[in-house]
Design a protein around this ligand. Structure first.
Ligand code: SF4
Length: 967
């Protein structure tokens, strides 16, 4: 690293104070060639940020009034960003004279983001002041989807919903109530609410997002997400555009760069030269879906070059079980294990991987050796991208974790830990017992291993009469636009026999809210309470999202009772909404619901929001002491700082934690595999004579061999495997113009649905052309800006071409998050980003969408709305995709086989056509690939598998004779 010596320009800039003096003593400490920033040093870099003791009265001069000196007195209140899952810290600057929020900056006291944000953090101010935002609860007038609304009170909304839910519960129609979440970030709250109602009512967006990768990790070690320790790593391998848009985007990105500044090498596998790839030491532009072949080739090199970590493999993988099951003729010795693995992967030479992926064998070899040499300090991540895009995409995460296991980097410093080691779990007051219901509309028998709810299939299940939704909440969730096959969603939403009452809990108008019965405005980042905790590094933190105007009122001695009293209009928050609704469902407490929402301190009375959070905060390790030091309650402490660091960053190797004498009392050790059991549950494993906690798998180790896969009818995948994707080169007919479309990447400035009301973000990114390599463009005679017809399995969309060398030849790509629309009859919403479209239903199931108008300037309370210069709102591509559920993980596999065509004379930019009859046929084709439950013992799902909102164990057994004749 050559950073120590300042350049002439740096010197000058530092001298005149243009940038901080990065070269002053103490700012850089070199450990050989490694620069080290401690957390304290990072905090020092933010020395210009107002100190917390001045947060109630901070003066700044308005830069726009220069040269006049115009003073503004601010009150600064922390919250957390709501624009992606990372929940970075924000601070709201509230003008004390007007009581308005003027801007957002980072919160240096947030241990995950450490004062930094991506562009979407400060753009929160756009969302708050958006002239098109929904300010009051609305009820539809006329037919669903007609676009007519009337204002109602919160009381009316609550009573309407509560009456309907009460009736459904009393009639034992629990499975007709569901809560479907898009953007979560509400740690533990709904786990409190839904089981309290006794329903298996949680549905999520995870099967269109991350469940593929989750399955791949879980099958190895019982944890479903990685927590890479980027800042301490020597080698980082990313299978996604992680620096620009990956999971835990900003907190990870800053630590990846920190790792690089300390000497780590970075490799990225991505068919697109993303911003991440451009910052990498190695770019591997792999053909989509072949990533696992490359990873297995690396594994083979690590094995052949003896770069593996023998003690780790010996102690922490279930190699004996593997040899016994797959090589019964071999003696059970560690040497035979290594030899058997080499034999198993012998076809995965770097040359084979190059043939599959297009990544040069030489580069694969070089990276494999570097990973082996990094040893325990090998950090890696695979999130949506490959894991979310391919048939068998889950196998990419499984093969990536194989490298982590081979190097012994699992849970090591600079390695990759399980996510839950770095995540705080709240303890809620009056917790309910797990529900005694299993909702097959969410977890159907066909997908016993599906890692999350089969949410993408819900409209198809409804269409074929598997059930109905009597009360359906969509929560910051926009499936009509975000999901594949949005027209089938729209058809079902318009059918009142399928969706009885649809309440959209949303901060913005969306393509889904247009088809709701009630539109209930919920708060943005500075308008709601939530707690957040994410695995951003080798430590654990908790952060507090709070309605900042309510908190300011509390500090100023004018507290409010309900958050909507402090927010703009009557924008509310979900916490209070759910508490209130739960009381109204069970007004006299006879249904056993109300008791869960009573105050822990005032028996029989309704819990307040302060009481709920105080209950949680006073149980956080170390927080009571920190609060006491400042003479504050735990709630006041969190309201003041917005975050608390629970563990500083040494939470490594937790699998080696020893079981206490107390824990071991009454336990037995399985002689065969050393698993320690107590009261019928596995609690640990014997390793070299010591009783350790291990991993939550049947063997309590990393499972190189998975008996679970064998037991659940997938014996061909008992060990890490490369699965050829549905868009593998072998299945594309190039002579017909077939290509693979990569639709999964996002631009770092966009949020799924919610950048539509953030003008700064839309100004930066407002189109989604088809990325095409010059060689492919030449074949088709395309130039940048030419129209292209992209034919999918169920229809087509017309987009424009962008010719760029940043795309791998033979592959095309189109970013998501763009192509938002509204119809003529819809309320004004997201006008910074939406095209006005016409939707025609030309025959049963035949839908045509055409753009009537692009984006144009409009009059509003925001003078910027007259200055809109962009016209092109992009094209909605997801609606033309059929559902492709992976038969094992359940993940929607996003990559599309598309047939590229030159548009005809009647084709216009933005035209979309879809046949939902075809999409239902495609659904059935993919459904036929599934291998349904029951599994062993009549189970509908392996008991050791995680499940969101896990119901009572008794529900895991299929009881009807038709599906389980043996029972
Ligand atoms: S990464 Fe950006 S969008 Fe995500 S929470 Fe942080 S600031 Fe917000």
């Amino acid at each position: 690293m050559g950073y120590k010596k300042a350049s002439f320009i740096e010197n000058l800039a530092e001298k005149i104070g243009l940038i901080p003096d990065l070269h002053k003593e103490g700012y850089q400490e070199f450990d050989s060639d490694m620069r080290h920033f401690s957390d304290e040093k990072v905090a020092e870099m933010y020395e210009n940020f107002p100190p917390p003791e001045k947060w109630n009265d901070w003066i700044e001069f308005d830069p726009k009034s220069w040269p006049k000196k115009k003073k503004t007195n601010y009150q600064i209140v922390p919250t957390t960003c709501f624009n992606c899952e990372s929940a970075c810290g924000l601070t709201a600057f509230i003008d004390k004279s007007s009581g308005e929020i003027k801007k957002f900056e980072g919160n240096p006291y947030h241990p995950g983001s450490r004062g930094r944000n991506c562009a979407k953090g400060p753009a929160t101010i756009n969302q708050v002041t958006d002239p098109d935002r929904i300010l009051f609860p609305l009820k539809r007038k006329g037919k669903r989807g007609d676009g007519e609304w009337e204002r109602i009170s919160w009381d009316e909304a609550l009573d309407t919903i509560a009456d309907r839910i009460r009736k459904a519960l009393k009639e034992d129609r629990h499975n007709e109530i569901a809560y479907h979440v898009g953007r979560p970030g509400h740690e533990g709250f709904m786990n409190w609410v839904l089981p309290s109602w006794g329903i298996d009512g949680h549905n999520s967006h995870t099967n269109i997002c991350s469940s593929g990768a989750r399955f791949g990790y879980n099958i190895w070690y019982g944890y479903d997400r990685p927590s890479p320790d980027h800042a301490e790593a020597k080698f980082i391998l990313l299978i996604s555009a992680h620096l620009e848009s990956g999971h835990y985007f900003n907190p990870h990105a800053q630590r990846i760069i920190e790792g690089k500044m300390k000497g780590a090498k970075l490799a990225t596998m991505d068919p697109r030269l993303s911003n991440t790839a451009s910052m990498s030491d190695y770019w591997m532009p792999s053909y989509p879906g072949t990533e696992a072949a490359v990873l297995l080739a690396m594994a083979l090199i690590i094995l052949e070059e003896n770069l593996y970590n023998r003690p780790y493999l010996e102690n922490w993988t279930n190699w004996q079980e593997y040899l016994e099951a797959k090589h019964p003729d071999k003696e059970i010795t560690f040497e035979n294990y290594i030899e058997a693995m080499k034999e198993e992967y012998k076809e995965f030479t770097p040359e084979f991987a190059e043939k599959e992926s297009g990544v040069k064998a030489e580069m694969i070899r070089e990276i494999a050796v570097k990973i082996g040499e990094a040893g325990e300090r090998f950090a890696s991540h695979n999130w949506r991208s490959a894991g979310a895009s391919n048939l068998g995409g889950w196998a990419v995460a499984r093969c990536l974790h194989f490298l982590t296991v081979l190097t012994g980097a699992v849970g090591a410093k600079g390695g990759t830990s399980p996510n839950s080691w770095n995540k705080f779990k709240p303890e809620v007051p009056n917790p309910p017992k797990p529900q005694k219901k299993w909702n097959e509309l969410h977890f159907p028998k066909e997908y016993p291993l599906a890692f999350f709810e089969m949410s993408q299939l819900l409209p198809h299940f409804l269409k074929e009469g598997r059930g109905k939704m009597d009360v359906y909440f969509s929560r910051v969730f926009n499936p009509v636009w975000t999901y594949p096959d949005g027209f089938t969603w729209m058809e079902m939403f318009m059918d009142e026999t399928k969706f009885g009452l649809h309440a959209a809990l949303t901060p913005i108008w969306s393509e889904t809210a247009f088809f709701a019965d009630l539109v209930l405005p919920m708060g943005l980042a500075p308008e709601r309470h939530d707690i957040n905790s994410y695995a951003t590094h080798g430590g654990t933190w908790v952060a507090f999202r709070q309605p900042v105007l309510r908190e300011a009122a509390r500090r100023n001695g004018t507290p409010v009772q309900y958050t909507y009293e402090a927010n703009p209009g009557e924008v509310w928050e979900e916490d209070e909404f759910w508490i209130e609704l739960s009381w109204r469902i069970d007004p006299d407490g006879s249904m056993g619901i109300r008791k869960h929402f009573e105050s822990p301190k005032r028996p029989g009375e309704k819990i307040t929001i302060e009481e709920y959070y105080q209950y949680i905060f006073e149980r956080i390790q170390g927080l009571p002491e920190a609060a006491k030091k400042e003479g504050l309650s735990e709630f006041e402490y969190m309201s003041k700082y917005g975050a608390f660091e629970i563990e500083k960053g040494e939470s490594y190797k937790k699998n080696e934690n020893l079981l206490s004498k107390e824990q071991l009392k009454g336990s037995v050790v399985d002689k065969k595999n050393g698993v320690i059991r107590k009261n019928g549950k596995d609690i640990g494993v014997m390793i070299n004579g010591e009783a350790m906690v291990g991993f939550p798998t049947p063997s309590r180790k990393n499972e190189f061999y998975s008996q679970t896969m064998v037991d659940w009818n997938w014996p061909e995948y008992s060990t890490p495997t490369y699965i050829k994707s549905h868009i593998h080169n072998d299945v594309l007919d190039k002579s017909k113009g077939e290509y693979v479309l990569v639709p999964t990447f996002r631009l770092p400035t966009l949020i799924h649905s919610r950048s539509g009301n953030a003008k700064w973000l839309v100004e930066i990114s407002n189109r989604n052309p088809i990325w095409m390599h010059p060689e492919d463009a030449a074949k088709w005679n395309f130039k940048t800006g030419d129209l292209v017809k992209m034919n999918t399995d169920i229809g087509y969309f017309i987009d424009k071409v962008w010719v760029t060398q940043s795309m791998k030849p033979g592959v095309v790509a189109c970013s998501h998050h763009i192509g938002r629309w509204r119809r003529e009859q819809d309320s004004d919403g997201n006008r910074w980003a939406t095209n006005t479209v016409d939707i025609e239903n030309t025959a049963t199931g035949q839908w045509k969408m055409s753009t009537k108008r692009g984006i144009k300037p409009f009059e509003s309370s925001d003078s910027d709305s007259k200055r809109i210069f962009w016209k092109d709102g992009g094209v909605h591509q997801n609606i033309t995709h059929a559902v492709h559920p992976d038969p094992i993980s359940g993940m929607h596999t996003w990559h599309q086989r598309v047939r590229i065509e030159k548009p005809g004379p009647d084709d216009n930019y933005g035209d979309i056509f879809v046949d939902t009859n075809k999409s239902h046929e495609v659904y059935k084709e993919w459904l036929a690939m599934a291998r349904p439950a029951p599994g062993p013992d009549g189970l509908r799902r392996p008991l050791w598998f995680k499940r969101a909102f896990k119901p009572d164990e008794s529900t895991y057994y299929i009881k009807d004779d038709k599906n389980n004749p043996e029972k």
